[in-house]
Design a protein around this ligand. Sequence first.
Ligand code: GLP
Length: 245
Amino acid sequence: MNLIICNDYESASKVVANMISDSIKIKPNITLGLATGSTPIGVYNELISKYNRGLISFSNVTTYNLDEYIGLPIDHKESYHSFMDRNLFNHVDIKRENIHLPSCDLNDLNNNCIEYNKMLNSTSIDLQLLGIGANGHIGFNEPGTSFEQETFIVELTNKTREDNKRFFNSIEEVPKLAITMGIKNILDSKKIILMATGENKASAVKRLFSQEVSLDFPASCLNLHNDTTIVIDKEAAKFILKNEL
Ligand code: GLP
């Protein structure tokens, strides 16, 4: 794994946005895997700014998102469909038909997983952007998930629901289930960038670099991938900088 330590959230966002925009310039019809959560918002703002300055176009870009909550209407402000529209898609020239997120239509959840997985297996993600949960989850692959797992319905842990409560009025409103790309789908990406910032990610970052590869810590699967770059800020690098690995 390559490691880039930046001064702060802003510079980490710029570094990741530059990596993505350079990839779009090299391959305008690139397939991107995209993430939600608060971490990538600065990256998306940078990409929108580059688009507004005429530096990049999304007109031939295809995207696949990692995950979506089950049980939220698609137009709920915290659905990942709404999140992506608000934070990226509504502001750039991406074609609607090139945007893919898991469908959480309650009538056909199992089939939705199968269909999303089929789409993923029929394409190849050139560049996958990831955040990381404090418990090491990537996408919504919670601790214990097999590294062979493909797209599935996941029961969110209490820790993840607590962490994501800040976006909702109360813990009761946080969905208990989601559809997520599996770890196998993520590892199938040609290149992966994981971004982590802030002190609350420092322990997860420390564990990521501990050489441990274990199902208890899903992000540790990235040790098995041959082109992963971790971009963190100084706060998330706290233990690395103190040499406390
Ligand atoms: C959610 C998403 C993950 C994301 C994580 C961390 O659980 N499913 O993809 O990495 O949140 O979010 P944040 O960036 O807000 O810390």
